[in-house]
Design a protein around this ligand. Sequence first.
Ligand SMILES: NC(=O)c1ccc[n+]([C@@H]2O[C@H](COP(=O)([O-])OP(=O)(O)OC[C@H]3O[C@@H](n4cnc5c(N)ncnc54)[C@H](O)[C@@H]3O)[C@@H](O)[C@H]2O)c1
Length: 258
Amino acid sequence: MINLTNKVAIVTGGGKGIGESISRVLAKQGASVHILDIDKENGTRVAESINTSGKKALFHYCDLTNHDAIDDIFKNVYKQSESLDILINNAGIAHIGNVETTTPNDIDRLYNVNIKSVYSCLHFGIPLMKKSGGGSIVNMASIASVVGLADRFAYTMSKGAVYSLTFSIAKDYVNDNIRCNAVGPGRVHTPLVDNYLKDNYTGQEQEMFEKLSKTQPIGRMGKPEEIANLVAYLCSDEAAFTTGSFYPIDGGFQTLNT
Ligand SMILES: NC(=O)c1ccc[n+]([C@@H]2O[C@H](COP(=O)([O-])OP(=O)(O)OC[C@H]3O[C@@H](n4cnc5c(N)ncnc54)[C@H](O)[C@@H]3O)[C@@H](O)[C@H]2O)c1
């Protein structure tokens, strides 16, 4: 049903995890996908593998905390494609700690990657979408945007910002044919989760993996492609009536944990 033929998409953090799946699904549905990531090896791997499958992708090395670099890349994408139809603000980093253990450096790092980079992509992306006649933006929030998770002070704060800025953008650009929605995954099995277990539970990774899986009432973590399929729907013309919405996708975490 979902047809993204001739759509030009930018996916931040498309080199791994949820962003990799989003890049693959959007390309499979016909979009030309521009992957922005600081991880050159994985970004190149994903773009090459999409191209080998007969679909279209291009990798752009980008540290998303660099406002000017984002400007250059977005200008190049537009020059090359003469359109920008889809923007997926997916890249993000995790952090463990409560307000007492979180340092000013932690706050700055989380702010720069999880919030300011989203601002930069919107700042440069929206004028190009306007020139393209409209578009669809999907912001990667989290279930942490709307519930309190233990020891996730800075991360929760940053994902709260992603959640609320979505409504601001949706409101300001509703008359420009630009839709903006946010997705709020529960725990999804990606390198982010594996690195968290490796760094914090060395030697107990499997045991902790099982424990974390069971915190979703459905009994497992999400798969990146399950998040990607929701994102692809939100980007498509089938979702034309959808803007300013937040979509939890969490195996029942928010509403069934009593
Ligand atoms: N995995 C989960 O359980 C989960 C749950 C809810 C929300 N999320 C959110 O989904 C998004 C993707 O998470 P994931 O689990 O796939 O993470 P991941 O670590 O597996 O992948 C994130 C990607 O973003 C890139 N990235 C990070 N910082 C960057 C920077 N400064 N510049 C450019 N690229 C950068 C990384 O290189 C990586 O390729 C994040 O915003 C995360 O907060 C994840």
